[in-house]
Design a protein around this ligand. Structure first.
Ligand SMILES: CC(=O)N[C@H]1[C@@H](OP(=O)(O)OP(=O)(O)OC[C@H]2O[C@@H](n3ccc(=O)[nH]c3=O)[C@H](O)[C@@H]2O)O[C@H](CO)[C@@H](O)[C@@H]1O
Ligand SMILES: C=C(OP(=O)(O)O)C(=O)O
Length: 452
């Protein structure tokens, strides 16, 4: 299941798979959301802390999850998957070096540095590198580990971390210059096995950070304050076995809410933790859609006849999520009036705009702003996914477009959505994955990492 050789060459340029979406068909019914990608990946990294049986439930079926499995396998960890349940046996970790070929394909794999260091006393993890949406440095992870007594050196693109003269990190008070999700998670995991107390100030408050804290607590970690700006971790000497279920993916929930709005269709979405999508709901209400809480974990979107423009600024949680920005760009491109989207989290996350323009959207990019003048309709054309959420945005645009949209670059979509097209098809969308024999001629291959 997690052989390190698998999926390294998952995108083949010739005879490339594409999605064909015939726009204009209404959606109806209910869709089931999978477990959260960003929880599953970091919880898999956190499983390295567990010297006992570790069972993770509600794990989504994603290329990123498979790649994270390969990273753990390369360290000597045993993994067995049964449906959406994953058993991780990290009793014996044979290596403390993660292979570059895998880490370079999956940014989240860098997050193993914290648990690996805490458990093994050393970790060698290649820098994951930048990606299509930004440079994404790891300086906050590194500085935090150093504050906890680690010796960290970066040599020829690899981070070498060790604990001089001791097997345990030391608790420390760490202020994060920015509430980075990954740095908060790395340091929280590292601190669970440290000596003494660690205080993370200006920590990320994302639900996936809370999910990771709950997972660690279920194996015996002492963590309080996760979900607030200050997290306090009291180190324990050892973790124990755990059986844990991942939260629903709030970005998948948001993507389906936008699907209902853009296709002018009422659909129900479950399971949902409504608090996790509060900012997304507020923006859908601002454009005129109604969101009905049908039951404690089910939402229904009731679109308006005409959607109105609104402005959006992406921010760390509980602000509007950057991972929903591209999907709302597509929706606002079809909403009446003038909207401005400001991307503050990543410096290069508006590349989907050029593809939406090709479909007829009236959007101008100025710095980190997308200035949108709504148009009455988009037209289906061949488009290229530039990153994961861009691919979702283009699928959504295709649902409402006149004619057929052909989406290239599906490796982006597959890394983070569990069967998006199957779920949309069940709701009534006309969407098919086909092999495009002209794949070599279009689109232009990306120069950077194939995974993002
Ligand atoms: C696997 C995973 O969970 N991915 C999510 C995680 O990414 P990730 O954890 O990488 O995102 P961060 O919160 O760390 O990044 C936010 C910003 O901080 C910067 N930064 C981060 C770390 C650091 O050491 N130095 C630094 O400057 C980044 O370049 C970026 O501009 O949170 C992002 C922000 O919600 C989401 O878009 C990603 O889907
Ligand atoms: C940016 C994302 O993921 P990653 O951090 O894995 O690149 C995302 O999920 O939209």
């Amino acid at each position: 299941m997690f052989s390190p050789d698998q999926a390294l060459n998952s995108s083949s340029p010739s005879g490339e798979e594409v999605l064909q979406i015939q726009g204009g068909y209404p959606l109806s019914g209910e869709v089931r959301v999978s477990g959260a990608k960003n929880s599953a990946l970091v919880v898999m990294a956190g499983a390295l802390l567990c010297p006992d049986d570790c069972r993770i439930r509600n794990v989504p079926n994603l290329m990123d999850v498979m790649r994270m499995g390969q990273v753990l396998s390369a360290l000597g960890v045993k993994l067995t998957r049964h449906g959406d349940m994953l058993d991780v046996d990290a009793r014996h970790i044979g290596h403390s070096t993660a292979p570059y070929e895998l880490v370079s394909q999956l940014r989240a794999s860098f997050f193993i540095i914290g648990p690996l260091l805490a458990r093994m006393g050393m970790a060698r993890v290649p820098l994951p590198g930048g990606c299509a949406i930004g440079a994404r440095p790891v300086d906050l992870h590194v500085r935090g580990l150093e504050s906890m007594g680690a010796h960290v050196q970066i040599d020829q693109g690899t981070v070498y971390a060790s604990i001089p003269g001791s097997r345990r990190l030391r608790g420390a008070r760490i202020y994060l210059d920015y509430p980075s999700v990954g740095a908060t998670e790395t340091l929280m995991m590292a601190a669970t096995l440290a000596e003494g107390e660690t205080v993370l100030d200006n920590a990320a408050q994302e639900p996936e950070v809370v999910d990771l804290a709950n997972f660690c607590r279920a194996m015996g970690a002492r963590i309080r304050g996760a979900g607030s700006k200050t997290i306090v971790i009291s180190g324990v000497p050892r973790m124990h076995s755990v059986d844990y279920s991942i939260i629903p993916d709030r970005i998948e929930v948001g993507t389906f809410l936008v699907a209902g709005a853009i296709a002018r269709s009422e659909i129900s979405i479950t399971p949902v933790i409504t608090d996790h999508v509060a900012a997304v709901i507020a923006k859908l209400q601002a454009i005129g859609a109604d969101i009905v809480q049908e039951s404690p974990n089910r939402l229904r979107i009731v679109p308006a006849d005409i959607h109105q423009a609104t402005d959006i600024e992406t921010l760390p949680y509980p602000g509007f999520p950057t991972d929903m920005q591209a999907q709302f760009t597509a929706l606002l491109a079809l909403s009446e009036g003038h909207s401005v989207i400001t991307e503050t989290v990543f410096e290069n996350r508006l590349r989907h705009v050029a593809e939406l323009q090709r479909m007829g959207a009236n959007i101008r990019v100025k710095g980190n702003n997308a200035i949108i003048q709504g148009v009455p309709f988009l037209t289906g054309v061949p488009v290229n996914a530039t990153d994961l959420r861009a691919s979702a945005a283009l699928v959504l645009a295709g649902l409402s477009a006149k004619g057929t949209t052909t989406l290239h670059g599906l490796h982006h979509l597959d890394r983070g959505y569990d069967n998006l097209e199957g779920k949309l098809r069940k709701l009534g969308a006309r969407i098919e994955r086909v092999t495009d024999e002209l794949g070599e001629a279009f689109p232009t291959p990306e120069p950077a990492s194939p995974s993002r």
